[in-house]
Design a protein around this ligand. Structure first.
Ligand code: GLN
Length: 500
């Protein structure tokens, strides 16, 4: 068996036993990147020497390592700050930005003995569903190089699917972990809002953004989430009570045990099947694959109950108002003065701003800034932004009601498998609409997971989504684990990017 066929946990175990050295593992990943990433463009920065130095340093402690991920090579989305390493958000405007600090998740990963291979390509500022809006060129889907890998964490999904590293850390504002996971046949989870620190995550829409892992399977996701989750006082939306030693009031969630909780026993689990997610606009093969996944969970002892979710139709418009509004505010800091790229020639301050932003941002980012500024402007604020917040409350309420009747929901991740490169760029509105199944979980702050559940007739991966109530990560991961004990979709690997 080749190293790249191992899961992150299997590789971690082999490193601990001394069967594989940390340097061998990193070298293998760097070799695969060198061989394949010209075609995939999954990485913006590969840290080569630095990666090997770190791996070498870690080797001495390998046998005593506590973390099951010690020494395992991984990669980080380029909107997560890494000290001294370019963090561009796939934008020209941050093209020369090397942060002076590490994001909280990068610190946590370092403590767990992670070895970073570099920074992953993505949609510019995480705005997009195809990873084509990157200043560094589009990422390609390893299952078919003429197709997109999904977005915005497309680099991470493509890298994990093609074996360029054992897991990736991405971010999800409206589906950016789950949808690329689905298009590339890997498993990804967006955790409950507030459980993973956003300190050092470059903000897109702060009330929706969450960091999470993209992995080979649910067990790897549990292990990575165990590392990522925890309270951080530097993020004002980080929930207290996430660490074992916490003694305050409010919910106490001990996240040291996600991995230990993967028993695969889902007898009696109540799974809701929202009929509204299986209606018009859903591709037939995707529908069949997701319904078949529900049957597999049923065969393991879960009960499947159809339920209505009529609020679904309001989710995309509300999401795009809120996300754009927050983006227009968050991105106002890129002005050519404080940090980042600055236009070469200008006369006066106003022209410095104008030229820097005009030349520094791509078309999709500008579209969102304009949309958001419009939605927040006086006279339109009540009609758009306030209305969108009301819809957000309606969606949260719909989930609350659903979770009185069931423990989790199963839905498609996307209306169809990965589209052709270029197809979505000309029609942004239909790209926005394709986020219909993923954005509700962000609006409600809920955990949601994407797992491979089949392939379409062209050999492209299809994903099923599981959505849970707040702090339901353990339930979602255990259900996905049970599914992966029965199926092998997550084990299949792309063969050189040629359609089947
Ligand atoms: N496709 C969605 C958007 O463009 C979601 C992106 C994300 O989750 N970062 O906003």
């Amino acid at each position: 068996m080749e190293l790249r066929d191992l899961t992150a946990l299997e590789l971690g175990a082999a490193i601990k036993k001394g069967e594989v050295s940390t340097v061998e593992a990193s070298r293998a990943a760097l070799d695969t990147i060198a061989a394949q990433d010209k075609a995939l463009n999954a990485f913006i920065t590969v840290t080569g020497e630095r990666t090997l130095e770190r791996a070498e340093k870690l080797q001495t402690g390998a046998r005593e390592a506590e973390s099951p991920l010690y020494g395992v090579p991984m990669a980080i989305k380029d909107n997560i700050c890494t000290r001294g390493i370019k963090t561009s958000c796939a934008s020209k405007i941050l093209g020369d930005f090397a942060p002076p600090y590490d994001a909280a998740v990068v610190e946590r990963l370092a403590r767990a003995g992670a070895v970073s291979l570099g920074k992953l390509n993505m949609d510019e500022f995480a705005m997009g569903s195809t990873s084509e809006t990157s200043y560094y060129g589009p990422v390609r889907n390893p299952w078919d190089l003429e197709r997109v890998p999904g977005g915005s964490s497309g680099g991470g999904a493509a890298a994990v699917a093609a074996g360029l590293g054992w897991y990736a850390v991405g971010s999800d504002t409206g589906g950016s972990i789950r949808q690329p996971a689905s298009y590339c046949g890997v498993t990804g989870i967006k955790p409950t809002y507030g459980t993973v620190s956003r300190y050092g995550l470059i903000a897109y829409a702060s009330s929706l953004d969450q960091i999470g892992p993209l992995c080979r399977d649910a067990a790897d996701c549990a292990a990575v989430l165990d590392v990522l989750m925890g309270h951080d006082r530097r993020d004002s939306t980080s929930l207290p009570g996430l660490d074992s030693g916490w003694k305050g009031s409010g919910p106490r969630v001990d996240y040291g045990h996600l991995l230990a909780g993967l028993t695969g026993d889902i007898r009696g689990l109540r799974i809701g099947l929202p009929g509204d997610c299986f209606g018009d606009g859903l591709d037939g093969e995707t529908r069949s694959a997701v319904l078949a996944a529900a049957d597999v969970l049923n065969s393991r002892g879960a009960e499947i109950a159809p339920l209505p979710f009529p609020a679904l139709k309001y989710a995309v418009p509300a999401y795009y108002i809120i996300a754009a509004a927050e983006a227009s505010s968050n991105l106002s800091r890129y002005d050519g003065v404080k940090y980042g790229w600055r236009a070469g020639e200008y006369e006066g301050l106003a022209e410095l701003y104008r030229k820097t932003r005009t030349q520094g941002f791509g078309a999709e980012v500008k579209r969102r800034i304009l949309l958001g500024t419009f939605a927040l402007s006086s006279g339109y604020f009540d009609a758009y932004y306030k209305k969108a917040l009301q819809v957000k409350a309606v969606i949260k309420d719909a989930f609350d009601r659903a979770f009185q009747r069931c423990d989790l929901l199963i839905t498609p991740v996307a209306p169809a498998a990965a589209p052709q490169l270029g197809e979505s760029l000309s029609d942004p509105l239909s790209m926005y609409l394709s986020d219909i199944y993923t954005v509700p979980a962000n609006l409600a702050g809920l955990p949601a997971l994407s797992m491979p559940c089949g392939f379409d007739g062209r050999g492209l991966p299809i994903g099923a989504q599981l959505v849970g109530p707040c702090f339901g990560e353990g339930t979602l991961l255990n259900a996905a684990h049970a599914f992966q004990q029965e199926t092998d979709y997550h084990k299949r690997a792309p063969k050189g990017g040629k359609p089947a």
